[in-house]
Design a protein around this ligand. Structure first.
Ligand code: NAD
Ligand code: MG
Length: 390
């Protein structure tokens, strides 16, 4: 029986993970579940799955969680430290599906126990890829990709030598605004940015798909996960989203990962790894799928891609700056304080300002330094936005 914990259990990835566990109750024992404000969901899942502990990120909701779990025998806890303790509970497999840099510390705590960490939380690789990889190495823990593109790359690399890889191509749906006139993007509303043309996900990643910050983060994620150089990674817009990623080898061979867009494939692949088991995903009917189309991403529509390349080239803490500035700009867009296209302008300005601070960007990659950089970049983003508003 595999002992599993889910960090971010109440979200889109977390719920898809729970769906798979519900279908194979004899194969898994649930250790810890964590969530945010949705106490009812968290408590109901923790009871049904007989989890050892349920943790909310919000200390002020601990009493509510305790009440919802009364008589169940499930422990309740709350706050940032409790999230790390949930990650560190003895388990074989931990799903990292918190959204944002908040997922980094609990994910590191899981790796320190030697558990396998299934990583949906791409932000932690963007902020601190070297730290995660180094922690995994030191504790003989394994990182498995959950992002569909990276799961596809991982599968296309199976049995091959990474040294024979020439390039990696990840596809992008193009997001909500892929066919909009570029000059209209500045007026895009929150509602328009929050509806994905192809599927349902959490709100933040949906907006990040419209701006391509999601794909920009995935480029960095590809570099960190697979150790390839930035110029070996390509992004191609593929509106049908059936081809998730392709690995090109030195002999010109190109291996694609193809399938319907259902995150339960990538989650289930990681959950059952190294075996392959039946998964409840639709089998792709290629004749019905018809044409698959591809086009180059336009630089003017998607400035986030250029910013990710700059962050990779700068190295060190530049990824943490990029991510924190993006998270802060996204918060401001969601709050209605800035326009859609201003998000990339803020990130660019924050990267430029903090780039001059070599002591910050080139500091050793420890959790403390990443956290400090994250705080400073958020502060800098708030300053930039205040200056623009004033
Ligand atoms: P979501 O918003 O649906 O869920 C996020 C989860 O994290 C929830 O359980 C929430 O309570 C928790 N959370 C939010 N803020 C928190 C904080 N500050 N501290 C602790 N917990 C917090 O998000 P999602 O769509 O499930 O995405 C989760 C992660 O997976 C993200 O990193 C995202 O980029 C990645 N991802 C998602 C998809 C997808 O299809 N949804 C695909 C690939 C990768
Ligand atoms: Mg993805």
């Amino acid at each position: 029986m595999r002992r599993v914990s889910i960090l971010g259990a109440t979200g889109s990835i977390g719920q898809n993970t729970i769906d798979l566990i519900d279908r194979a109750p004899d194969a898994f024992r649930v250790v810890a579940l964590t969530g945010g404000r949705n106490i009812a969901r968290l408590a109901e899942d923790a009871r049904r799955l007989k989890a050892e502990i349920a943790v909310t990120a919000h200390p002020e909701l601990l009493d509510d969680l305790r009440a919802a779990l009364a008589g169940s025998g499930v422990e309740a806890a709350a706050g940032a430290q409790a999230l790390c303790e949930a990650g560190a509970r003895e388990a074989d497999w931990v799903m990292s599906a918190i959204v944002g840099a908040a997922g980094l510390a609990p994910g590191l705590a899981a790796l320190q126990t030697g558990a396998t960490l299934a990583l949906a939380n791409k932000e932690s690789l963007v902020c601190a890829g070297a730290l995660l990889l180094d922690t995994a190495r030191r504790h003989e823990a394994r990182l498995l990709p959950v992002d569909s593109e990276h799961s596809g790359i991982f599968q296309a690399l199976r049995g091959e030598d990474i040294a024979a890889v020439e390039r990696i191509i990840i596809t992008a749906s193009g997001g909500a605004f892929r066919d909009w006139p570029i000059e209209d993007l500045a007026r895009a509303t929150l509602d328009e940015a929050s509806s994905h043309p192809n599927w349902a996900m959490g709100q933040r990643i949906t907006i990040d798909s419209a701006s391509m910050f999601n794909k920009a983060m995935e480029v960095i994620e590809t570099r960190e996960f697979f150790g390839v150089e930035p110029d070996q990674i390509e992004v191609v817009v593929h509106p049908e989203s059936l081809v998730h990623a392709l690995v090109g080898y030195r002999d010109g061979g190109l291996i694609a990962h193809v399938g319907p867009h259902d995150m339960r494939h990538a989650i289930g692949f990681a959950l059952n790894w190294p075996e392959r088991r039946d998964l409840p995903v639709e089998r792709l009917d290629l004749a019905r799928a018809g044409a698959l189309t591809f086009r180059a991403p336009e630089a003017a529509r998607y400035p986030a891609l250029r910013l990710a390349t700059a962050a990779m080239q700068r190295g060190g803490m530049a990824g943490a700056v990029f991510n924190a500035a993006k998270e802060q700009a996204l918060d401001a867009f969601i709050a209605g304080q800035i326009g859609f296209t201003v998000m990339a302008e803020i990130v660019e300005e924050v990267m430029a300002r903090l780039d001059r601070d070599a002591g910050l960007i080139d500091a050793p990659m420890t959790l403390d330094n990443v956290t400090r950089t994250d705080h400073l970049a958020r502060q800098c983003a708030r300053n930039v936005m205040a200056e623009r508003a004033g």
